[in-house]
Structures are given as structure tokens and as C-alpha cells.
Design a protein around this ligand. Structure first.
Ligand SMILES: Cc1cc2nc3c(=O)[nH]c(=O)nc-3n(C[C@H](O)[C@H](O)[C@H](O)COP(=O)(O)OP(=O)(O)OC[C@H]3O[C@@H](n4cnc5c(N)ncnc54)[C@H](O)[C@@H]3O)c2cc1C
Length: 380
């Protein structure tokens, strides 16, 4: 298997890279410092078809496969993970609508998301249940031809800006995996109450919230897929999500490497550029090797998902890619700070931002420990 990008994929990569260099990078620091969501850049990105690019063309999207969208994600994060996250996760949750939603849901929401007009969020995690998704306690009870949702969701990306949410709730209490259903919840419904979380370590330009669901009523037609099948539906595209996070990590690591290489070529100590010290040049060599290894594994995982013929293999490769890319992204960003010396410790340079931003990739879409459980379960 050769992981050579096609000329079309290379052309898309070049467009995103240029967009990142010209539009994102110059404003990255101020968005981080002000914790400001980049509404204008989301609009611009949508014009380039970079928002939720896997939405099919018939619903106004770019219809990209996972490998191509991983390349887009990588380049957005390379420019800046915070803004990259805001753009890249704009349609978080649309996979559930796309794969399991009724036609009316797709027609109503997918074109607006692809156009950058609407944002979505995916409400799975809860204060007491993160890694243990099957244990969620948010309840949905049927009342005539409506469902009534009650509970608390935690760490929800786009929580305060989303127009529509995909909410996972227990429909058969007492059951774990077998008792969960996905609901489409328009966020202007009464009882949908987000509270912004703005004390994050990194990716500060992206939106995060906790959400209280207080007697939120939705009609029966808002069930996505089938009652009690939500967990299995979710498992269907965890491989996509994990591969995308691996691509985020590759992008953050590449950005950290770019910054370190540039600094090493400029900074002089003892009468020569620090890149001429082998201790520094070997550091750069190791960083570059880890970035390339992470990229190869990520592209391979994306290709396995795109080939679509073995869910187990896709799950394993996606977990391996996420584990390897995220762990190494943090290491690479750490070394990037080291190459900068004291200058790496302050916000004048992007090195510290890549370090803070890369850290999230080891946590969401399943922590590194959970990825190891998944991988070892397939081996032992
Ligand atoms: C910025 C950000 C954005 C997020 N966006 C979303 C979102 O949009 N939607 C959403 O639903 N969630 C989102 N999350 C939540 C994220 O997916 C969870 O934080 C993550 O799954 C871990 O869950 P937890 O925080 O409850 O940690 P816990 O599950 O409490 O884990 C704590 C520690 O215990 C370890 N651990 C737990 N269980 C096991 C086990 N079985 N085996 C080995 N180790 C274990 C973990 O690896 C970790 O080290 C987001 C989180 C953050 C920080």
C-alpha cells in the first residue's frame, strides 16, 4: 500500500496551507489570548469548502473521503490548533446525522453546516461518565409522541454556538450499551442550557461548554436512527473521529517542528547558529522523524476507513494512529520549546501554544489509555 496523495489531494493541501499561512497564522496569538471564536475565519473556510468537508455534495458539502479531510485537518492545525479546531469541529456530530438520520434532518441541517451558517455539537460525555460512555445517565422518557430529555452533558465542543445538537441519552435504564439512543435537539428548545467553559489550557479559540438538559421536549421524529441503537451507531464512526484527532496531532506537531526549525536557523550562540550544534540538529531530526511516522500511520488509518471493508481493522488502526500521533505531538512540541530556550516559555513565539494545544489530542475521542485498551483487546 503506497500512501501517496493524489494530485487532487495535494492541490487541496496547498490551498489549505496557503489559507493557514495567510489568514490563520497572523491572528492565531490574539485569538488564543482573547479566547475568541473565529467566526470570520469559519465563514472564509466555508467558502473554500473546508468546513465539515466530508458532507456529501448532494447536501452542499465537498464530499471528501477521510484521507482528504485528514489532510485538511492537518493543515488547519499546522497553522494554529485553536483556530484549526474551531473550523475543523464546526460540524461535530454531523456524521451521526449523515449516516443514521432521516432525510429531513440531512436536508435541513447538512447544507447549513457546510455553508458555515450553522454549527453542530455532539453531546456524549457527562460529569460522571467520560471514558465509560455506556454508563451515561442523561434520560430520555417518552411522553405521548414526544421524548423528554433530562441530564447534564460535560466538555461539549461548540456547546454555546451550536444550532443543533446530537444528544446521547438513556432510553432503557438499567441497560448499558443496549439502552442508549441518539436525539437531534435544536438548541433553541426550552430547557437546553449551555454554560461556557473558558478556562482551558489550550485550543482557546474553540468553543466549549457544559450543558444542562432540563425537561427538553423533542418530537418522536427527532430520534436519530433507532431507539436503543445509539451506542452501536456511535461506534460506527469512532474510527473516523479518532483518525481525525490523529490528523490534528500531526498538524500540531508539524507546526511545532516548523517553528523550531525556523528558530534554530536564526538564533546564534557562541558565534554560530544553534542549528549548527549537533544537539539541536539531532533534536530536529528526531522531531521530523516522529512527525512523519505519525503522518504515515494516520494516512494508513484513514485509508483503511475509506476502504470500508473491515471495521475491526479500521478501529485498530485509528486507535494506533491516535495514540501514536497524540503522544508524539506532545513530545515534539515539548522539544520545540527546548530548541527555543527561554523564548519558548513565553507567548512571543508559537512554541508554547503548540505545546498547550497539542495536549488535548491525548484526551478527547478516548484517552491514550482507552486507545491502548482497544488495541490490546484485538491482540490478546
Ligand atoms: C477540550 C475538550 C473537548 C471535548 N469535546 C467533547 C465533545 O464535543 N463531546 C463529548 O461528548 N465529549 C467531549 N470531550 C470529553 C472527552 O471525550 C473526555 O474528557 C474524555 O473521553 C475522557 O473522559 P473524562 O474526562 O471523564 O475522564 P475519565 O474517563 O474520568 O478518565 C480519567 C483518567 O482515567 C483513565 N481511565 C478511565 N477509564 C479507564 C479505563 N477503562 N482503562 C484505563 N484507564 C481509564 C483515563 O484514561 C484518564 O487518564 C471533550 C473534552 C475536552 C477536554
Amino acid at each position: 500500500m503506497a500512501f501517496q496523495l493524489s494530485s487532487e489531494q495535494e492541490a487541496i493541501r496547498d490551498v489549505v496551507r496557503e489559507f493557514g499561512e495567510n489568514e490563520i497564522r497572523p491572528v492565531a496569538r490574539e485569538h488564543d489570548e482573547e479566547k475568541r471564536y473565529p467566526h470570520d475565519l469559519v465563514e472564509q473556510a466555508a467558502r473554500y469548502d473546508l468546513v465539515a468537508p466530508t458532507i456529501p455534495e448532494e447536501y452542499g458539502g465537498a464530499g471528501m473521503d477521510l484521507l482528504t479531510s485528514a489532510v485538511v485537518t492537518e493543515e488547519l492545525w499546522r497553522a494554529d490548533p485553536g483556530i484549526g479546531s474551531a473550523i475543523g469541529s464546526r460540524g461535530f456530530g454531523t456524521s451521526m446525522i449523515r449516516k443514521f438520520g432521516d432525510e429531513w434532518m440531512k436536508e435541513e441541517w447538512l447544507p447549513k453546516v457546510a455553508a458555515g451558517e450553522s454549527a453542530t455539537c455532539s453531546c456524549i460525555s457527562e460529569p460522571a461518565h467520560g471514558s465509560d460512555v455506556a454508563g451515561i445517565e442523561t434520560r430520555a422518557e417518552q411522553d405521548g409522541d414526544e421524548w423528554v430529555l433530562n441530564g447534564d452533558k460535560m466538555w461539549i465542543t461548540n456547546g454555546t454556538i451550536a444550532d443543533v445538537a446530537v444528544v446521547m441519552a438513556k432510553t432503557t435504564p438499567g441497560e448499558r450499551h443496549r439502552g442508549i439512543t441518539a436525539f437531534l435537539v435544536e438548541t433553541d428548545r426550552e430547557g437546553f442550557e449551555p454554560t461556557k467553559i473558558d478556562n482551558k489550557l489550550g485550543i482557546r479559540a474553540s468553543d466549549l461548554a457544559e450543558i444542562r438538559l432540563d425537561d427538553v421536549r423533542v418530537p418522536e421524529e427527532n430520534v436519530i436512527g433507532a431507539v436503543d441503537q445509539g451506542f452501536y451507531q456511535l461506534m460506527n464512526f469512532f474510527a473516523d473521529g479518532r483518525t481525525s484527532v490523529a490528523a490534528q496531532a500531526v498538524g500540531a506537531a508539524q507546526g511545532a517542528l516548523d517553528a523550531a526549525a525556523e528558530y534554530a536557523g536564526e538564533r546564534e550562540q557562541g558565534g554560530k547558529r544553534i542549528s549548527e550544534y549537533q544537539a539541536v540538529s539531532h533534536k530536529i531530526a528526531e522531531m521530523a522523524t516522529n512527525v512523519e511516522a505519525a503522518r504515515s500511520l494516520t494516512y494508513r488509518a484513514a485509508s483503511v476507513v475509506d476502504e470500508g471493508n473491515d471495521d475491526q481493522l479500521a478501529a485498530k488502526f485509528a486507535s494506533m494512529a491516535k495514540l501514536f500521533a497524540s503522544e508524539h505531538a506532545v513530545e515534539v512540541a515539548d522539544e520545540g520549546i527546548q530548541v527555543h530556550g527561554g523564548a519558548g516559555f513565553v507567548t512571543d513565539h508559537p512554541a508554547e501554544r503548540f505545546y498547550r494545544d497539542a495536549r488535548i489530542t491525548k484526551i478527547y475521542e478516548g484517552t491514550s489509555e482507552i486507545q491502548k485498551n482497544i488495541i490490546s483487546d484485538q491482540i490478546l
